[in-house]
Design a binder for this molecule. Structure first.
Ligand code: PMP
Length: 444
């Protein structure tokens, strides 16, 4: 692993470390020293210095294999030479124009060719905006005000999509309530969102039927992280497709993460085609991006020559830097690369399961393609209540995470992560070994 140290221990936690010093400065200019809630870690996180291929190096010079890849966005790891070459070329030619570019057409063509639901595309700067614009498109298309989404599922920071991101308790009729994620969310927002229980066909059908005249969209992630990366049941999803079609409700898949799982996203794996798909992360080759795609009929709400019914500006929409980075990233993801990464991820999961069995832990793994999630329990993951870790599991997971960090592995504190194309068997074996060590060191 190059010249950096991959020594064990967490140098960033030592008194007077470079990370400690940067964090001290950060506390004076960023609330709690933080500008991305997801990266919070007590007492402070390691600060990144640079990355190359499968490796991320912190400011102490400690190198770790990066199994998080900026929360799955970097499918080719860090500083991919082909993506960098395309970006450098684009930098020399200008980075943003108030004119469209051919680059946006080229990336849209690749997405339309690969993803079953995508005939037309709009680019945004984040997955949050992609979800937001998909919801606005559905409202404009149907002329209805409300949306339905699933309890406990995360879709970014748009007010309506945020409702009940934190799992809501059941209300008087046993159905999940609409609960604010951000303090001060207007009641009108909460009243505009019907919260559904994931994989529960009876309740979902009943609630959609009750609100059929008011619902513009149903928003669903076909393999949510909050469900422990357990894909939606096929029968549930197919029936959801039938019901939404029958009621004239726009079905939106949030594939911001799950697009990584397969060339055509999880919709191709599960064989269910939504009306709209929210995209992000890998389609930008590591640069800021989001996108929504869907049928020509629904996406026509954005057509400026006819109104448009859903106006959508954005100073940096389809900026050519993100477009060329995304285009190269997607072109490099050939069918063989998808297969190789899925195979490697399977080896990693088999390794985890073996290690857990040896350690006497009743655990399991989930995920698809290059995405994985480790669970320290055997409850069936299909429902939110089962998938969510119990307090003692969270404590153990956090201890395992910190021990993994000390042994050269970077992943989320919930042991969710992904592989990148620079990875091979060496990275997988290192992770499995470190996981065995972490279970040993945190056991008992
Ligand atoms: N949807 C899902 C499923 C996500 O995981 C995320 C971000 N992790 C988003 C939407 C929002 O994307 P972004 O962070 O690019 O705004």
């Amino acid at each position: 692993m190059a010249s950096e140290t991959r020594a064990s221990g967490n140098a960033f936690l030592e008194t007077g470390s470079a990370s400690a010093r940067i964090f001290e400065r950060a506390r004076h200019v960023l609330p709690g020293g933080n500008t991305r809630t997801t990266l919070y870690m007590a007492p402070y996180p390691p600060y990144a210095a640079h990355g190359r291929g499968s490796v991320i190096v912190d400011v102490e010079g400690q190198a770790r294999y990066d199994f998080l890849n900026n929360y799955t966005a970097l499918i080719h790891g860090h500083a991919d030479p082909d993506i960098n070459a395309a970006v450098i070329d684009q930098l020399a030619g200008g980075v943003a124009f108030a004119m469209p570019t051919e680059q946006e057409v080229a990336l849209a063509e690749v997405l339309a060719e690969r993803i079953p639901s995508v005939e037309r595309v709009r680019f945004t700067n984040s997955g949050t905006e992609a979800v937001m614009m998909a919801i606005k498109a559905a409202r404009a298309f149907t002329g209805r005000p409300m949306i339905a989404k699933f309890n406990g599922c995360y879709h970014g920071s748009y007010d309506f999509a945020e409702v009940s991101t934190k799992p809501a308790p059941a209300g008087p009729h046993g159905d999940p309530l609409s609960v604010a994620y951000s303090v001060g969310t207007p009641q009108a927002v909460l009243d505009s969102v019907v919260v559904l229980p994931y994989n529960d066909l009876e309740a979902t059908e009943r609630l959609l039927t009750a609100h059929r005249g008011e619902l513009a969209a149903v928003l669903i992630d076909p393999m949510p992280r909050s469900m422990g990366l357990h894909a939606a049941d096929r029968t549930f999803l197919s029936r959801l497709r039938e019901i939404t079609r029958a009621y004239g409700i726009v079905l939106i898949f949030d594939e911001v993460i799950s697009l990584r799982a397969d060339r055509g996203g999880m919709q191709a794996v599960l064989g269910v085609t939504p009306d709209l798909t929210a995209m992000g992360k890998i389609i930008g080759g590591g640069f800021p991006i989001g996108g929504l795609g869907g049928s020509a009929e629904v996406m026509a709400v954005f057509d400026p020559s006819t109104g448009p019914r859903a106006p959508h500006g954005g100073t940096f929409n389809a900026n050519p830097v993100s477009m060329v980075a995304g285009l190269v990233a997607m072109q490099k993801m050939t069918d063989d690369e998808f297969d190789r990464l899925a195979h490697l991820t399977g080896q990693l999961q088999a390794g985890f399961e073996e290690v857990m069995t040896e350690a006497g832990i009743e655990g399991q793994t989930a995920g698809h393609g290059s995405l994985f999630h480790v669970h320290l329990h055997r409850r069936p993951l299909a429902t939110y209540t089962n998938a969510f870790p119990r307090p003692q599991e969270t404590t153990r997971l956090d201890a395992v995470y910190r021990t993994l960090l000390a042994h050269g592995i970077f992943v989320t504190p919930t042991l969710f992560g992904c592989l990148s194309t620079p990875m091979g068997v060496a990275e997988v074996e290192s992770f499995v070994d470190a996981f065995a060590t972490a279970l040993h060191e945190t056991g008992g």
